[in-house]
Design a binder for this molecule. Structure first.
Ligand code: GDP
Ligand code: MN
Length: 356
């Protein structure tokens, strides 16, 4: 409403790294969500969580992107929940289409086959556009041009704990470029030729590989094979300049030309993760241990009980829940976060192996 916009403009200076009226420092950052109109009410729950646990104190902006036109209802409802400015962008058709160097008939055959094989989203064309867009295009959207950091939020996610410190500030002050909460193993069947393609890229463009990279986190045999570990990209806090850089753009184009977004079902999670692992300094990747986060069916929560109490975490300890849904998925056998800590020589949190 006009009154609300007016009151917001009184309190907040929208320039980068601005100082809020309460003296709070704000980074040059925004939330970003790719969404369909029908995702609205699942998304409202996510926004409410983000605002209650964090953003009501910081009022960061929120950019919404969609391959179709957002409805008036979507815009009105979401903007009424976001404490910062909201922006709504339409994705150009060219970025949500099968490119001309991909054989469309072959793509259709592949979808059929993967659907018959029971692979999750195996038969879906739109899911493939989504994965390709998140991999290669969201960071090129003009609405993101003036931001440095982003935090990706999806519908139906939960924040289990308060977030008293600004993760964007943490990213900048510690020179981090990619932050995650949950890591796990990818379904091999969705990425049959991804690693061969990555190896082709590494051979052709060795100049882009970081000297202090995290290749050992994603490969157990010096790069011959991919161990399927990846950061779960439905949550990401990242540096847009990483994706905008020449190294990643070359990486994405190389992958895109190989057609695996359509002939297989390459996810943006392994694509982002592999890129981060080979193109960044491993010190630039960060596990946000204390950000309690849930996306069906996994949850990250602080191991330390005092921390959980201090941050008012709602991580359930319910006996009826499966292991991976209780308290913490980080040290579950299907998680790669233990590997991540070992790879970085970071000690495991005290009590990680107990149900505390
Ligand atoms: P999952 O987490 O892998 O099961 O996939 P989701 O269904 O959560 O989709 C991932 C993200 O992309 C969510 O933010 C969705 O709202 C969004 N999304 C998925 N498909 C589409 C689509 O066809 N169009 C648009 N605009 N957004 C989509
Ligand atoms: Mn999701």
């Amino acid at each position: 409403s006009a009154l609300r916009d007016y009151s917001k403009s009184l309190v907040l200076d929208r320039t980068a790294n601005s100082i809020l009226s309460g003296g709070t420092h704000r980074e040059n950052a925004t939330f970003v969500t790719l969404s369909r109109n029908q995702d609205l009410w699942g998304l409202v729950g996510s926004i409410r969580e983000v605002e209650d646990r964090f953003n009501h104190k910081f009022n960061y902006d929120w950019v919404f992107l969609n391959d179709a036109e957002f409805s008036e209802e979507f815009k009105t409802v979401t903007s009424s929940f976001v404490s910062g400015n909201t922006y709504y962008g339409r994705i150009p058709k060219a970025q949500w289409s099968i490119p001309d160097y991909v054989d469309e008939d072959k793509a259709i055959q592949c979808r059929k086959k993967m659907e018959q094989d029971g692979i999750i989203y195996g038969g879906s064309e739109s899911y493939r556009h989504m994965c390709r867009y998140e991999s290669g295009f969201f960071w090129r959207h003009p609405l993101l041009d003036n931001y440095k950091y982003y935090w990706r939020v999806e519908p139906h996610v939960k924040l289990m704990c308060n977030i008293p410190e600004d993760p964007f500030k943490f990213m900048r002050e510690n020179n981090k470029r990619y932050g995650f909460t949950i890591s796990l193993y990818e379904y091999q069947a969705t990425i049959m030729t991804l690693w061969d393609t990555v190896k082709g890229f590494m051979k052709e463009y060795p100049q882009y590989l970081n000297d202090n990279n995290a290749l050992k986190f994603i490969s157990d045999d010096g790069g011959e094979n991919y161990n399927l570990c990846h950061f779960w990209s439905n949550f990401e806090i990242g540096d847009l300049d990483f994706w905008r850089g020449e190294a990643y753009q070359t990486f994405f184009d190389y992958l895109d030309r190989a057609g695996g977004f359509f002939y297989e079902r390459w996810g943006d999670a392994p694509v982002h993760s592999i890129a981060a692992a080979i193109l960044l300094d491993k010190e630039q990747i960060h596990w946000f241990e204390d950000i309690g986060y849930w996306h069906v069916p996994f949850m990250n929560c602080p191991v330390n009980k005092e921390t959980r109490n201090k941050l008012q975490c709602t991580c359930p300890k319910d006996e009826s829940l499966s292991d991976d849904q209780r308290h913490n998925f980080a040290f579950h056998g299907y998680s790669c976060t233990g590997r991540w800590l070992k790879f970085n020589n970071i000690p495991f949190p005290v009590g990680y192996d107990k149900d505390n």
